[in-house]
Design a protein around this ligand. Structure first.
Ligand SMILES: Nc1nc2c(ncn2[C@@H]2O[C@H](COP(=O)(O)OP(=O)(O)OP(=O)(O)O)[C@@H](O)[C@H]2O)c(=O)[nH]1
Ligand SMILES: [Mg+2]
Length: 599
């Protein structure tokens, strides 16, 4: 059984089709640990060996566990305080989606997120990320398919909760895991209940993304913003749950409610007038105090940034022009940093980790016209981008909103390219980018070299057996996207025997991977037009007039065209701005035009 768990590991870059195969021979059931339709006690009465310290809701799950509750201080390292030599190990739980391509995209992202949680050392994230093993993972029924209220207490049904526990225990006995990552958004109560049931800290999608931001932040500004996001997230996690005795309690061990005398009328009058401050109130108060402190520091950052922006605008480039700023935006891992490095001949940090960039950077570039501009590499976006992050990173996001021009980088190999594009557009609107700027944005389809490999040197479709890259022409992409049903969460019977488990290649070799064939057929049906995307390396525009370009930040394809396009767009913009200014300063027409004044 344990061997099976370890077989789930494979190089991260190529998530095999096997991940999508659905096995009905659940690891746990096959061992007779739990039978299907086993009756599971309600969560509130699950007696688990969970001993999640009360402080875990205040600290990162990876905080130094030796710190006691009395040590709680909101110092700078409260969010991320772990041994950088050994990044935390996560066990991934992925709710199922249909169609399989959507499930594959979600799972692939979840595994990438789980592996991205690593602290930088000397400004670099360690090791060869591409060679990293996939974290163990489990695909389970998706209760959201039925009703969000169905399992309000623990998100999953009791069968799934117990099955995850069984798999987790099995995996844990081979290699200890620090936490479970559930790739969905959980409420505070659901998170607490799952922690109690599984005996491990549980991270939901929002929590993990915030953790990654904290781990990757390098500059003071990014650290402040990431900590603020973490703080606001933790505030929503301060929940009271029903204890083993059925009473509502704050901590997992049923801590006493009243923890301080604050609020009592002990001002020398000799009698007690209040009930004192509860643990919950105490934690809330500390969070708010720290929040106010962080907000005032972030305000400073904002002011400094605004001054710097104004000075850049004033400072002359060539011909007395101000320095225009072009912000490169896009979904995380689309290749923004690699593209900015290639355009500016610099060396920004980039790798396959998600949110490799948390600290925005500016680089100067000389356009073909000789004009000097600044290109800013920014933080990537993702679906379900935590609202706390968007709010906390206001100062950084302002740079994007204030840029003269936006370049939206898309990973042309992403199976959910269309979804990624809409998410980025949504976030841009959310942070206040004007409609004009969105209309004027350049869309870059990056990583076309990978598509080239796919189609083979002669233009004929190629590609490896395991490669799931969708190969569409621009128009085909639009067609397929509109035909594709929206991604649907799947919840079949909440039955342990229905649990799908990511299979090892060995298991597939045993003839259990029926889904492989289905995917082959699916790929054939999708159709390919290798020539069409190649045409994208020449600037073109879509039906909405949005300028598009195919590039490879690695091979350099399309980069010169991109620089020309940026040059052109800025020139047009400048001319338009001048025209507005001219109009502004022209004397207003008056009726008594004939009234010449003789001096
Ligand atoms: N083959 C290929 N790989 C690319 C290309 N552009 C970027 N990559 C790779 O894609 C991965 C992500 O690149 P980054 O530049 O870090 O992406 P990013 O958008 O800055 O990502 P975050 O900062 O994490 O949001 C890296 O492994 C790059 O080497 C490209 O044009 N072709
Ligand atoms: Mg980056």
């Amino acid at each position: 059984m344990l061997r099976n768990v370890s077989l789930l590991r494979a190089p991260l870059r190529s998530i095999p089709r096997a991940l999508l195969s659905l096995s009905h021979s659940s690891l746990c059931t096959s061992q007779g640990r739990i039978s299907s339709r086993v009756s599971v006690a309600p969560l509130s009465s699950i007696s688990s060996n969970a001993s999640i310290p009360a402080t875990s809701i205040l600290y990162s799950p990876f905080s130094n566990s030796s710190r006691q509750k009395s040590d709680v201080e909101y110092d700078n390292d409260f969010v991320y305080n772990r041994d950088p030599e050994s990044p935390p190990k996560l066990f991934v739980v992925q709710p199922r989606f249909r169609p399989d391509t959507v499930l594959q995209a979600k799972l692939s992202e979840a595994l990438n997120l789980a592996n991205s949680l690593e602290e930088q050392r000397d400004g670099e994230l360690g090791g060869d990320y591409g060679k990293r093993e996939l974290p163990p993972h489990l695909i389970v029924q998706n209760p959201a398919a039925r009703s969000s209220k169905a399992h309000a207490d623990a998100y999953f049904g009791p069968g799934t909760v117990e099955t995850v526990k069984c798999h987790l225990n099995a995996a844990d006995s081979e290699e200890e895991f620090d936490a479970v990552f559930v790739n969905t958004i959980l409420s505070g109560v659901q998170q607490r209940n799952l922690e109690r049931a599984w005996g491990k800290p549980v991270l939901d999608r929002v929590g993990l993304i915030i953790e990654i931001f904290n781990a990757h932040a390098q500059t003071k500004e990014a650290k402040l913003q990431a900590e603020l996001a973490a703080l606001m997230y933790r505030k929503t996690r301060l929940v009271r749950v029903r204890g083993l005795d059925g009473r509502l309690t704050f901590g997992a061990d049923g801590e006493a409610e009243v923890v301080s005398a604050r609020g009592r009328g002990s001002g020398g009058r000799g009698f007690i007038s209040g009930a004192g401050e509860t643990e919950l109130q105490l934690q809330r108060r500390r969070i708010l105090e720290r929040r106010n402190h962080l907000l005032s520091q972030i305000e400073e950052v904002r002011r400094t940034r605004a001054l710097q922006r104004a000075s850049r605008k004033r400072r002359g480039g060539l011909n007395g022009q101000g320095l225009a700023t072009v912000a490169v935006v896009g979904y995380t891992n689309a290749g923004k940093s690699t593209l900015v490095s290639a355009l500016s001949d610099s060396d920004l940090y980039s790798d396959d980790r998600l949110f490799a960039t948390v600290d925005p950077r500016l680089r100067s570039v000389i356009l073909p016209s000789g004009r000097k501009i600044l290109i800013s590499d920014t933080v990537g976006f993702i679906s379900d981008l935590p609202v706390q992050l968007v709010e906390a990173f206001h100062a950084t996001m302002e740079e994007v909103a204030e840029a003269d021009l936006l370049v939206h980088v898309l990973d042309s190999t992403a199976v959910n390219l269309d979804e990624q594009r809409s998410i980025v557009l949504e976030v841009l609107q959310q942070i206040g980018v004007s409609e004009d700027k969105l209309q004027n944005m350049i869309e870059v389809w990056n990583k076309v070299d990978l598509l080239e490999k796919e189609t083979g040197a002669d233009g004929s479709p190629g590609g490896g057996e395991d490669d799931e890259v969708a190969r569409f022409s621009e128009s085909e992409k639009d067609d397929v996207a509109s035909e594709m049903p929206p991604s649907e969460p799947i919840d079949e019977d909440d039955d342990a025997s229905e649990l799908s488990y990511a299979e090892s290649p060995e298991a597939l070799a045993d003839g259990q991977g029926d889904a492989l064939e289905d995917l082959d057929t699916q790929d054939e049906q999708q159709g390919e037009s290798p020539e069409a995307w190649k045409a994208m390396s020449n600037p073109g525009s879509d039906s909405r007039g949005l300028q598009r370009l195919g590039t490879s930040a690695i091979t350099g394809v399309g980069l010169q065209e991109l620089l020309y396009l940026i040059d052109e767009k800025l020139k047009i913009q400048k001319t338009a701005e001048r025209a507005v200014l001219d109009r502004k300063w022209r004397p207003p027409p008056s009726d008594d035009t004939g009234a010449a004044v003789e001096l």
